[in-house]
Design a protein around this ligand. Structure first.
Ligand SMILES: [Zn+2]
Length: 419
């Protein structure tokens, strides 16, 4: 499984190093790293393996051993989850934690709707907490400027939330010509972006046709690669997907109008593909009154999203049947969807025909690889950071078990234990 861009690895390590320095919580008062022992009915290790009756030992922030028979170290804190399934914390490759409803219950699209900054900040912190409690321990936000202080607050453990990567403000065809785009990519990096987000096509509510030119895409994705950042591209039409793949971009989002031919091209060019089957569309439709009348959230926009549901499921079936294509898991969670991210995995299995274990792999080890963080995240294995969740039932048999998250550990620290 090739990594289309080895360089972001360095950036990811830097982010992790910051998180490591900020989180002193796993060190005991005496300066020794705490030891935690977790017993589980089974461990799904994130790479497709199931380990029955497993014991996982965590020292400080890292997993040190996984196996059926472990000697419990003296003084260890023990979590007996022996009726539950333990798996890696889930990774969402496409999130929008800053999107929220204002105190009037309407989507806060940034315009002046009377919401105070303080109310907005609390709503965003609430989204981060709901996301973590729902089993997502790592999230890539694509993206908004609010993500930067949010990322810092979570890394400093001021508020609970998933580890966060962000693109900050995305770039589009309106950002400027190739030279300006190159400069903006460098500027985003200086501003602290972990990844570059581009809009290469219109929204699904506006037909999804290509917007950025091939030259603009080549400039932005080429410069991102040159400065060691991944590039993630919103693209619905097959032509916009093709242009992004030919421009050397790292990952393509959505692709509702993908064709078998362009999916094959993505596989050949080792471009990660992140389609959505249901959550983003259903969330808009379920919360229609909260969005209706704002921007392109009009009658024809909602009709497009209704039409997209069967198209998206059919396209997803084609994607997972495309040999060699890396289909990653990203929800595109917007206001109303935070904390329900796993619903996208449920419908990928139920409506998109994916095997439950493949869905779990896409949200764990494959996503860690796509983010360039496979050395630290995405698997229950010695040496990995201790991001772990436990659920009632066995999601490798019944994906709906992911709705029953009762335990969440991030960086060796327990954030939820309803067991
Ligand atoms: Zn999005």
């Amino acid at each position: 499984m090739g990594d289309s861009n080895p360089q972001p690895f360095m950036v990811s390590r830097r982010v992790l190093a910051v998180a490591w320095l900020c989180l002193g919580t796993s060190v005991t008062a005496g300066g020794q790293e705490s030891v935690t022992v977790i017993r589980a009915a089974r461990v799904l290790d994130g790479t497709g393996r199931t380990i029955p009756n497993a014991t996982v030992i965590v020292r400080g922030t890292r997993i040190v051993s996984v196996g059926p028979n472990a000697t419990v170290p003296a003084g260890a804190r023990i979590y007996d989850l022996s009726t539950l399934t333990l798996l890696p914390g889930l990774i969402d490759a496409h999130d929008h934690l800053a999107w929220h409803f204002n105190p009037q219950g309407r989507y806060h699209g940034g315009s002046d709707d009377g919401e105070t900054e303080f109310e907005g900040a609390l709503a965003i912190a609430g989204n981060a907490n709901a996301t973590l409690r729902g089993g997502i321990t790592m999230s890539q936000s694509l993206g908004s400027p609010e993500d930067k202080p949010l990322r810092a607050a979570i890394a400093a453990d001021q508020i609970p939330g998933p580890r966060l990567l962000t693109s900050l403000n995305p770039l589009s065809e309106r950002s400027g010509g190739p030279d300006t785009l190159r400069q903006l990519v460098r500027q985003r990096k200086e501003q602290g972006a972990d990844v570059i987000k581009l809009f290469a096509s219109k929204s699904i509510r506006e037909g999804g046709a290509q917007t950025m030119t091939d030259e603009q895409l080549a400039a932005a994705c080429g410069e991102a690669k040159a400065v060691g950042l991944r590039s993630v591209v919103h693209a619905h039409s097959a032509e916009s997907m093709r242009a992004a793949a030919m421009a050397g971009c790292s990952q393509i989002e959505h692709g509702v109008f993908a064709t078998p031919k362009v999916l094959k091209l993505l596989a050949e060019r080792k471009v990660y593909f992140d389609p959505q089957v249901c959550l983003v569309f259903r969330n808009y439709l379920d919360n229609r009154a909260k969005y209706q009348g704002i921007g392109n959230y009009n009658d024809s926009g909602f009709a497009s999203m209704e039409r997209a549901l069967p198209l998206a499921a059919r396209m997803f079936r084609q994607a997972i049947a495309t040999p060699g294509l890396h289909v990653v898991y990203g929800t595109d969670a917007v206001a109303g969807a935070h904390g329900r991210n796993i619903e996208e995995l449920v419908c990928r299995v139920h409506d998109g025909g994916q095997k439950p274990m493949d869905a779990i792999i896409s949200a764990t080890s494959l996503n860690a690889q796509a983010l360039g963080m496979a050395d630290s995240l995405g698997a229950v294995a010695p040496g990995k950071l201790a991001d772990l969740i436990a659920v009632q039932g066995d999601p490798s048999r019944d994906i709906e078990a992911l709705r029953r998250v009762v335990f969440v550990m991030k960086n060796g620290r327990v954030y939820r234990n309803d067991h």
